[in-house]
Design a protein. Structure first.
Length: 462
């Protein structure tokens, strides 16, 4: 069976998903309550283990077989399940991750980050609500809608990753060691999102990433700034100079030897819309050159995401002997993340002043991804999105973030089609305080995924 906007099954699926939304909210609240940050230095590992167990129980409740909590090489756990479809039906892998970013500044949250809260604007707020616990709930809703309306027409594999946000590659390495586990005809990555609320979008490209820690040492210990300042080499000042060397005057990323002039040819991102989405303060300029889409989706971008130095409160008048920072470099399609890592490392070492000792440690890496939007699966998804979003056509956009697993799956299963959808539109504020999900987007994208599975099964039989 295939469905179009006027087909009776379209109304039935929409009605079923709508009726399931209260249950979806309850389940998402339970899942958001787990403080599943995959970093033992910040949150207890028991929180991730409990979240993994919840996901596994949810799959068992939907009659999945071979449900397993997999111990992956980076110490995290991924959850796998298999739901067999009709004889000869294609297999679709549905991906999400249950680990989340840390909540950052707790004082910046208007409601508790690990307590799903509906606010006056109708959105549901909580860490992971959109990225990507909501993506797992989206998969459940789509499957439940199909089961209530004739059955799931394809075989389904689900994999829920436990360390995606850390970029430590546990699931990637596990998949490489067990290549048969995630083999599928098509893979739906539920960790992207629409360009904006109400505009159905598939993500055609992802930037890769590399994560480095750089430490600068200059003295055997801190010194009194009055007695030694002015001659003693300050490690924090040296680190600041190194970090400043990573940007040109206009804020463009400048890593020696790394190309930074790519152009994005698809959907554009008007500057006024970006300023609003990013909540840029009045009078503050954007950084870089080229279009906003160029800067976000086609060029490298360096960000200092953490720095170890004395806090202002309690600071003493001292020349610092050591300073450390963590640097993220986003790598656009067409560039190799491993090569970018080498260039960034060499740049940091070369630009460290005063003969200071510098050490660079790699803590994460993932390759960029480029999808084939001409594949049959995209045709099936385009029709599904027309049903879920009446009057709208599917758009393709890039995403500046990284999902390293995409390239691993593409290499393991070169014949598989990979689609990226999800709930992380700009208003979701993923990775920031007050992350939220639009329940309307969750409902519509669940309807779309259900119809995609119907359409794809029909096309494969076709």
């Amino acid at each position: 069976m295939t469905a179009t906007a006027g087909h009776p099954i379209a109304a039935q699926i929409a009605e079923t998903v709508a009726s399931l939304m209260p249950r979806a909210k309850e389940e998402l609240a339970e899942l958001v309550a787990f403080q599943s940050v995959a970093d033992a230095e910040q949150f207890p590992p028991s929180e991730c283990r409990a979240a993994a167990a919840w996901v596994a129980d949810a799959l068992r409740a939907e009659d999945f077989q071979d449900v397993a909590v997999l111990d992956t090489p980076d110490g995290s756990q991924s959850v796998y399940g298999y739901l067999p479809g009709p004889q000869g039906a294609p297999t679709v892998l549905l991906y999400a991750h249950y680990d989340v970013q840390p909540p950052l500044d707790l004082a910046g949250w208007d409601t508790p980050p690990f307590e799903l809260t509906e606010r006056e604007d109708g959105r549901w707020y909580g860490r992971g609500a959109a990225d990507c616990k909501g993506g797992f709930i989206m998969h459940l809703l789509a499957l439940r809608a199909l089961k209530a309306n004739g059955g799931v027409p394809v075989s389904i594999k689900v994999i829920a990753e436990g360390s995606e946000e850390q970029g430590t590659g546990g699931l990637e390495r596990y998949a490489e060691q067990h290549p048969e586990l995630l083999a599928a005809d098509t893979i739906v990555i539920g960790d992207a999102g629409n360009f904006r609320v109400g505009l159905p979008t598939v993500t055609a490209s992802l930037r890769g990433m590399t994560m480095l820690r750089v430490q600068v040492d200059t003295l055997a210990g801190n010194l009194h700034s009055g007695l030694f300042g002015g001659a003693a080499p300050d490690a924090l000042a040296a680190l600041i100079r190194v970090l400043d060397s990573l940007r040109a005057e206009d804020g463009s990323t400048t890593v020696d030897g790394l190309e930074a002039d790519g152009r994005w040819q698809g959907l554009q991102y008007p500057e006024e819309d970006f300023r609003k989405d990013a909540k840029v303060l009045d009078g503050v300029e954007l950084i870089g050159d080229g279009t906003v889409a160029d800067r976000l989706w086609a060029r490298p971008a360096v960000t200092v995401i953490g720095i170890d130095c004395p806090p202002v409160v309690g600071a003493t008048p001292s020349v610092q002997s050591t300073a450390r920072a963590q640097i993220s470099l986003r790598v656009p399609p067409g560039q190799d993340a491993a090569e970018a890592t080498k260039l960034l490392t060499a740049h940091l070492e070369t630009h460290t002043p005063w003969g200071a000792r510098v050490t660079v440690e790699q803590v994460g890496q993932g390759q960029p991804f480029q999808a084939d939007v001409t594949s049959p699966a995209y045709t099936s998804m385009a029709e599904a999105l027309r049903i879920a979003y009446p009057g709208q056509e599917m758009q393709t956009a890039g995403m500046g973030g990284s999902i390293p697993l995409c390239n691993t799956l593409g290499a393991l299963y070169p014949e598989a089609e990979i689609l990226l959808i999800g709930l992380s539109e700009p208003e979701a504020r993923i990775h920031a305080v007050n992350e939220s999900v639009s329940p309307q987007e969750l409902e519509r994208m669940s309807v779309a995924e259900a119809h995609f599975l119907l359409n794809y099964a029909h096309a494969q039989r076709g």
